[in-house]
Design a protein around this ligand. Structure first.
Ligand code: 9MJ
Length: 680
């Protein structure tokens, strides 16, 4: 923690301000179930207060929010005083904090050797205490403020996975089991879907849904909610004994029918904890429940006792939080971007904010329906969500923080780039610029799409370069790309002779292509990679596709009336035909008989393959490209038509289906051998 330069008086004022804010947020979170700040912002307020109190211990009061675990329990439930306080955990926000924790543990224990830690996912749910007497569930309570919680016995008894009577034998006469009640992601989605259909209030996240469900005064409602529990420690133990290591206690719990998180691992030392953390970060999205970090606990109970507690948390455990996935920031402006097909997309310009591990300054708002659904105005404080690799999303605005001069967001009547009229179809969410290829934004996007990896795969032709080509008038259509010499390219920003020559070579290399890549690269509305392949599989040559009628086109796999109409319209437009002719003239070519790349054998001609699971030596896209090159059609789902399934690690339902249907299953190792045989 950094040394403060505050005077005592300043520190007192700041601490007071922070306490008022935190108390207010606690009330909103715990009592009203209606938080107005992101969890991470709350954590930061708490950290600031803790830091001031660490520098000025004389300012700590028993009422300070740092001195208790949560907010006051609701009055309507009976109150239960915990026989042993239910502590919360201190937080670590990065690897340095984790190393500091480990160092403090070792210093206190007076050891240089690596300490044994139990690592477990930190569930984002409601901490509860379950009291078993002679194996029978007698009482369930929330943690409340750590000293006093709410009596939720009736509600807890409705949760199917909580045993009313412990199984097996050997349990202590009195045993308090502690754990986290949570709502699995799938149940949460289902619950919200139902609430939406009935026009009822939806829950913001699974944690709130779990809290709301557990707080029902009518336990019949709780009984209908998909709640579950993972148990993670013992409280009171009388008339019996438990093992002397945390992980062994949890193993014992399992034999008594108590649910324990299957991800628990025992490791040695901080580096192994960090490794577990990074492994679980990757696994997080795939878990069926929400977690917000990892808890490391000193495994041996004797050492836990030696380490003891500080005010509200044990010294033997720490919660290592994942970077927050939700943060608040300011919506500074909304601009409108024009896409390849003219679709006009509102884009939020944000005060940069660190969320989900990256700094976010823009987020797509998709379309005006979405803007209306969110009820956004420029000047609003908004919550940004970014999970995993998913693009950041504006999830809601905070009405309480709306300034008086907040402005409405209006769809422009003219294209912001070419000033053509903007159209909005009745049945379509998107608004479109009517400028077509007259609009330089649409031209730029069309060229970027043509050059992209899954289309002509022109190495080194990045977005910035395309922008310059169009702005300088060097390239008007995709065919112009192939007429560029190295010299004009070399004169552009951030380009030199060498990179210009490389680009010219890459352009040349891209001329040898497949018909499917070519069709996809044309950027016909709603014709993605798979549709382009289906068209080629059906017609085999460009002339046949060009002259197909809407009715005929619908005979092709995954082509419906809308896509067929887009295809026909595209091939009816004179300038599109001209560009295609030009492309062929400047040297773009493929094998006329097969539509595939020339000079490549096609041993898998007529076969249908599916890929699933994780591959280690290549990405799934690379595997797919290999299969297409040798003539196979690659589809997304296994059926009786499937020739073979390439199954990587952790293949799931597709593998089962293939096995049931007797479809050939190829492992990654076998695939590598096959690739050598195919000469790719
Ligand atoms: C959660 N929330 O998953 C603890 N927790 O241990 C786990 N919480 C905890 N352990 C002692 N896995 C106090 C809180």
């Amino acid at each position: 923690m950094t040394q403060t330069t505050l005077s005592l008086k300043e520190a007192q004022q700041q601490a007071q301000g922070l306490r008022e804010q935190i108390n207010d947020h606690n009330y909103r979170y715990y009592v009203l179930d209606d938080p107005i700040i992101a969890d991470a912002s709350y954590d930061r307020l708490m950290q600031q207060l803790k830091s001031i109190e660490a520098d000025f211990p004389e300012l700590i009061t028993p009422e300070s929010p740092t001195q208790r675990v949560g907010a006051a329990p609701l009055k309507v439930f009976g109150q239960i005083r915990h026989e042993l306080p239910m502590l919360s955990l201190d937080n670590a926000f990065n690897e340095d904090d984790l190393n500091d924790f480990d160092r403090r543990v070792r210093e206190r224990l007076g050891t240089d050797s690596a300490v044994e830690y139990a690592c477990e996912p930190k569930l984002d749910g409601i901490a509860v205490s379950l009291l078993y007497e002679k194996g029978a569930l007698m009482r369930g309570a929330t943690r409340g403020d750590g000293t006093t919680g709410e009596d939720i016995t009736l509600n807890v008894r409705t949760i199917a996975t909580i045993p009313l009577k412990l199984l097996g034998e050997g349990w202590p006469d009195r045993l308090e089991v502690r754990g986290e009640i949570f709502m699995p992601k799938e149940g949460f989605e289902r619950l919200n879907k139902r609430a939406k259909a009935r026009d009822e209030k939806v829950f913001v996240n699974p944690r709130n849904a779990a809290a709301g469900s557990l707080r029902q005064l009518d336990s019949k409602i709780t009984a209908k909610r998909p709640l579950d529990i993972y148990c993670y420690s013992a409280g009171v133990v009388e008339g019996g004994e438990l093992p002397d290591r945390h992980a062994d206690i949890l193993e014992r719990f399992k034999t008594w029918g108590l649910r324990v998180n299957p991800e628990l691992r025992v490791v040695k030392g901080a580096a192994a904890c960090a490794e577990y953390f990074s492994r679980m970060s990757e696994k997080r999205e795939a878990l069926p429940y929400e977690i917000d970090g990892i808890v490391y606990k000193v495994n041996r109970l004797a050492l836990q006792e030696q380490l003891g507690f500080v005010a509200r948390a044990p010294r033997w455990a720490v919660a290592h939080k994942f970077p927050a996935r939700e943060e608040m920031t300011l919506l500074k402006d909304v601009e409108f971007q024009v896409g390849r097909t003219g679709a006009i997309t509102p884009v939020a310009r944000l005060e940069p904010v660190f969320v989900g591990g990256v700094t976010v300054s823009n987020a797509t708002l998709h379309n005006m329906d979405e803007v209306a659904r969110l009820g956004l105005k420029i000047g609003d404080t908004v919550v940004i969500h970014r999970a995993g690799d998913v693009i950041p999303k504006v999830v809601r605005a905070i009405p309480d923080r709306r300034p008086a001069d907040a402005r409405d967001i209006e769809l422009p009547e003219r294209c912001p780039v070419c000033h053509s009229d903007v159209e909005r179809d009745e049945d379509e969410a998107a608004a479109r610029c009517t400028g077509g290829l007259y609009c330089s934004a649409q031209r730029k996007e069309a060229i970027k799409h043509f050059a992209s990896r899954k289309a002509m795969d022109i190495d080194g032709l990045g977005d910035k370069l395309v922008d310059q080509f169009v702005e300088k008038g060097l390239v008007n259509t995709v065919a112009d790309l192939y007429k560029l010499g190295a010299e004009p390219i070399a004169s552009l920003e951030r380009m030199g002779k060498k990179s210009a020559t490389n680009l010219v070579n890459a352009l040349k290399a891209s001329q040898k292509t497949t018909l499917a890549r070519f069709i996809y690269g044309l950027g016909i509305r709603e014709v993605g990679e798979a549709t382009a392949q289906s068209l080629v599989a059906h017609y085999r040559d460009l002339e046949a596709i060009k002259s197909a009628t809407v009715e005929q086109l619908q005979e092709v796999d995954d082509v419906g009336p809308v896509v067929a109409a887009h295809i026909e319209t595209f091939f009816k437009q004179e300038h599109n035909l001209e560009v295609m002719d030009e492309l062929l003239k400047v040297g773009v070519h493929w094998d006329e008989d097969t539509g595939q790349e020339e000079g490549v054998d096609q041993p898998l001609q007529g076969e249908v393959w599916v890929l699933t699971g994780t591959l280690h030596t290549m990405t799934r896209d690379e595997g797919k490209a290999v299969l297409q090159k040798v003539g196979a059609k690659v589809t997304g789902s296994v059926s009786a038509k499937t020739t073979a399934l390439l199954a990587g690690e952790k293949a799931g339902s597709k593998l089962t289906k293939a096995q049931n249907l007797g479809v050939r299953v190829v492992t990654e190792d076998e695939f590598i051998v096959l690739m050598q045989q195919w000469g790719v």
